[in-house]
Design a binder for this molecule. Structure first.
Ligand SMILES: NC(=O)c1ccc[n+]([C@@H]2O[C@H](COP(=O)([O-])OP(=O)(O)OC[C@H]3O[C@@H](n4cnc5c(N)ncnc54)[C@H](O)[C@@H]3O)[C@@H](O)[C@H]2O)c1
Length: 408
């Protein structure tokens, strides 16, 4: 709890990453939370942290982690920081046990030392392995088939054991296939190692890869291709806020699946990406991969009943269109950055068009120097300008740049 504001202080490890940043954004909308993000920015980005304070640090750095706990009195920890690539975990298992398991231990040791009693942990459906039970329940036996899944299951076990001994209350969330992006296009998946189907298909639509392979067309599913449960990242983020509220009400520790309880086939996903992108990228049908189940769907009854979780974006159109918009934005941001060199500063345009005052600009510029955040982002966070005004002024910058190039 913050002595100054009376608000609850939440530590978010990995809050600059894909899922963590969406949760931080939602925490920012709630009254009553102060957020400290702890992230080494290995795959996350400073600009994705739309709320709270960012401390750039590694969970491996016990001294720095200790300092952060000593400085703040955290009410709860949301633990996202991890390495997430299954193939990479097979190639380099020790790195995964180090970053995912040992670093979770470092975090738990700080929780113990500083008396933090609430933890929400990002786990994964990978802990179930090649289960044939469908839908997958929280009681379905765990049997990971790769070091990534084991590194998460081992972390779960540590959390459970420590909870038994200490009274720490936890919510472990086992995510299924997370996809989509912020509906206002401010944040999304930026981790280059992400390799799920929607990302791969969008890469093909954007000509970053030549084709998409379908592994198996003879599964016992309506169109013969594998079915998976895709959850929109905003709904997943909302589950974390529900979990936090639940822990604050002092209930028992729980494990919940995070999925919708329904899925889409590979062919359905590919067709949707083609429809939204307008690109008919090549698709190659090949043999099933060993161990790939035909259908993996989460049973989400428990999280709906106990946390009262109410997903809002359970449709493939929203998932695919928001993911595609985000990828397009990443491309246009890169172009913008290249175009904006040596052009009229954004602040000058906003000032000339009287969207902000001289005083507001000065305060924002000072904050830019202090935090390293982008000016547009700071003004958005302060609600001094709208998304639309920012887009228009950035476009104006490009126009000015083009005119000056033509004139030169
Ligand atoms: N993306 C998915 O589909 C998915 C599915 C199941 C579970 N998960 C879990 O969700 C969590 C978040 O995943 P994501 O998709 O947002 O990944 P991400 O790579 O976008 O985010 C991870 C964040 O953690 C940070 N980080 C990594 N190691 C760190 C360390 N040692 N110290 C400090 N910061 C560190 C990274 O910089 C990044 O910002 C992970 O725990 C992952 O295992 C993700």
């Amino acid at each position: 709890m913050s002595i100054l504001t009376g608000r609850k202080k939440i530590l978010v490890t990995g809050g600059a990453g894909y899922i963590g940043s969406h949760v931080v954004k939602q925490l920012g909308r709630e009254i009553g939370y102060e957020v400290v993000v702890y992230d080494n920015l290995s795959t996350g980005s400073q600009t994705a942290v739309l709320y709270g304070e960012l401390v750039v640090g590694d969970l491996e750095d016990k001294q720095k982690l200790d300092q952060v706990f000593a400085e703040h009195q955290f009410d709860a920890v949301l633990h996202f920081a991890a390495s997430i690539s299954v193939p990479e975990s097979t190639a380099n298992p020790l790195a995964y046990y180090g970053n995912n398991t040992r670093n979770t231990l470092n975090l738990l040791q700080c929780c113990e030392k500083y008396g933090v009693k609430k933890l929400v942990f990002s786990s994964t459906a990978a802990v179930y392995g090649e289960t044939v039970e469908n839908p997958v329940r929280e009681s379905t036996p765990t049997a990971p088939i790769n070091p990534y899944g084991y590194s998460k299951l081992m972390s779960e076990q540590m959390i459970k054991d420590y909870s038994q001994a200490s009274g720490l209350k936890y919510v472990i969330l086992r995510y299924f296939n997370v996809a989509g992006a912020d509906l206002n296009g401010r944040i999304g998946q930026s981790n280059k190692k992400a390799s799920h189907l929607i990302k791969v298909a969008i890469d093909a639509a954007l000509n970053r890869r030549q084709s998409v392979s379908i592994f198996g067309t003879d599964f016992p599913t309506p169109d013969g291709t594998g079915i998976r449960d895709y959850i929109h990242v905003e709904d997943l983020a909302a589950a974390h806020l529900d979990a936090l509220r639940y822990l604050q009400e002092d209930h028992e520790s729980q494990i919940f699946n995070c999925g919708y309880g329904q899925g889409y086939s590979v062919k359905e996903v590919l067709a949707k990406v083609k429809e939204f992108s307008g690109v008919n990228f090549p698709v190659i049908e090949i043999e099933r991969r060993a161990g790939d189940p035909g259908c993996v769907i989460a049973c989400s009854d428990k999280i709906r009943q106990i946390l009262g979780w109410k997903p809002q974006y359970n449709n493939l159109d929203t998932i695919v269109s928001s993911a595609l918009s985000w990828e397009l934005k990443l491309i246009s941001l890169k172009e913008l950055e290249m175009n904006l060199q040596q052009t009229v500063p954004l602040g000058t345009i906003l000032l000339q068009k009287q969207f902000i005052s001289q005083n507001q600009l000065q305060v924002a510029l000072q904050e830019q120097i202090n935090t390293g955040k982008k000016l547009g982002e700071i003004l958005l966070m302060k609600s001094l300008i709208s998304d639309q005004v920012l887009q228009n002024c950035l476009q104006e910058q490009i126009n000015l740049r083009q005119r000056s190039l033509l004139a030169s």
